[in-house]
Design a protein around this ligand. Structure first.
Ligand SMILES: *[C@@H]1O[C@H](CO)[C@@H](O)[C@H](O)[C@H]1NC(C)=O
Ligand SMILES: *[C@@H]1O[C@H](CO)[C@@H](O)[C@H](O)[C@H]1NC(C)=O
Length: 344
């Protein structure tokens, strides 16, 4: 009996010593770390820190962002916000627009707000510069998404697009300051990886004040358009999102060679119906056909229609002349959305 008792005594002593040591370390750690850490002040996170913190933050804040520079874009944004809602997205929706809008535009915004109370309005101060034309200044507008630092991550996309599906899952992608798809239509097979151009019509961004400032400075100094700036500043560091499904151009349905879009599955048979039904977003790009909110002539429309060979037939997985059918469908969906959501 002597040995176990002694062992027990020894164990108890060891236990107490370890506890004392641990609490000393813990308290020491607590006082030092808590009081010197830039993260914590009196036990709460500093605001500036929660801003640059991203998907690992305990309470991530995500938002879909569109920008409007005129009433046409406001209409496009309304259509897409309505579509996001219909697709049941869970994250916030934010509209950025110039704060100096005229009276007529201000009325439109008020009407937009009563029709879309779920969309957060973020007016921003227009950069006062004599540089560049209106198109250039509009192209800078989207960069304001980088300044939405009360969100940990935003998905900002040009409003001359049509949302085709819920995109919630993109917010859970690995942390990256900027994630964009390649401008697949501009790169050729032999373009080196580092020289492949990135698109800027959809950007998954971690808002950050410092980056915002750098981008705006760069834009003002160079006078370049948004895509050039994104490429110069993030060309070698951006996370690449697969362009298929996310960066589809409507013009792809008028093309005859789809290998760039389908890469790496270049041998896959093109099926416009399959492609549209799996895509998340399509960007209207059918030059010289005017953008869908602009007037177009019957002649322009007919010249732009995807080809429909006389001998084309319906198959189990696509209608007859699927390219033409799906492509026209995008414009019809736009017109229908405009009819419903743009009465302001
Ligand atoms: C921490 O809290 C105390 C008491 O609430 C307050 O006096 C002090 O200013 C706070 N310190 C900081 C850095 O916020
Ligand atoms: C399609 O384009 C690729 C280059 O992007 C080219 O390599 C290929 O030969 C083209 N296919 C046809 C059938 O023209």
């Amino acid at each position: 009996m002597r040995l176990p008792t002694r062992l027990a005594g020894f164990a108890a002593l060891a236990f107490v010593s370890i506890m004392i040591l641990m609490s000393t370390l813990w308290l020491g750690y607590g006082t030092d770390a808590l009081h010197s850490s830039p993260l914590l002040r009196n036990g709460t996170f500093l605001d500036s820190w929660s801003a640059s913190w991203t998907t690992e933050q305990l309470q991530p804040r995500f938002a879909y962002v569109q920008y409007a520079t005129d009433l046409d874009y406001l209409c496009n944004a309304a259509i897409n916000f309505a579509r996001l809602k219909r697709f049941g997205v869970t994250y916030n929706k934010v509209l950025i627009f110039p704060e100096d809008w005229s009276t007529g535009q201000a009325t439109a915004i008020r009407n937009f707000h009563s029709a879309n109370p779920d969309v957060e309005l973020r007016p921003f101060a227009v950069l006062s510069t004599s540089k560049g034309d209106a198109t250039w200044r509009n192209s800078l507008t989207k960069f304001h998404a980088f300044a939405l630092t009360d969100y940990t991550r935003v998905l900002a996309f040009d409003s001359d697009s049509l949302v085709l599906q819920n995109m919630d899952h993109y917010f859970l992608a690995p942390m990256a300051a900027v994630a964009v798809p390649r401008a697949y239509w501009l790169n050729s097979d032999d373009t080196e990886v580092g020289k492949q151009l990135l698109g800027s019509h959809i950007m998954l961004i971690e808002p950050n004040q410092e980056r915002y400032k750098q981008i705006i400075d760069e834009a003002l100094a160079s006078g370049d358009f948004d895509m050039e700036i994104i490429n110069r500043m993030f060309g070698k560091s951006a996370m690449i999102l697969p362009h298929r499904r996310l960066a589809l151009l409507s013009g792809e349905l008028r093309a005859t060679n789809h290998s760039k879009y389908l890469a790496p599955d270049v041998g896959e048979e093109w099926n416009a119906m399959g492609e549209i039904s799996r895509a998340y977003l399509v960007h209207f790009s059918d030059w010289p056909l005017p953008k869908p909110w602009k007037r177009r002539t019957k002649k322009q429309w007919e010249a732009a229609l995807p080809i429909c060979p006389d001998d084309d037939v319906e198959t189990a997985d696509r209608p007859r002349c699927a390219d033409r059918f799906m492509w026209s469908g995008l414009y019809e969906d736009y017109d229908d959305g405009k009819e419903r959501y743009c009465k302001f």
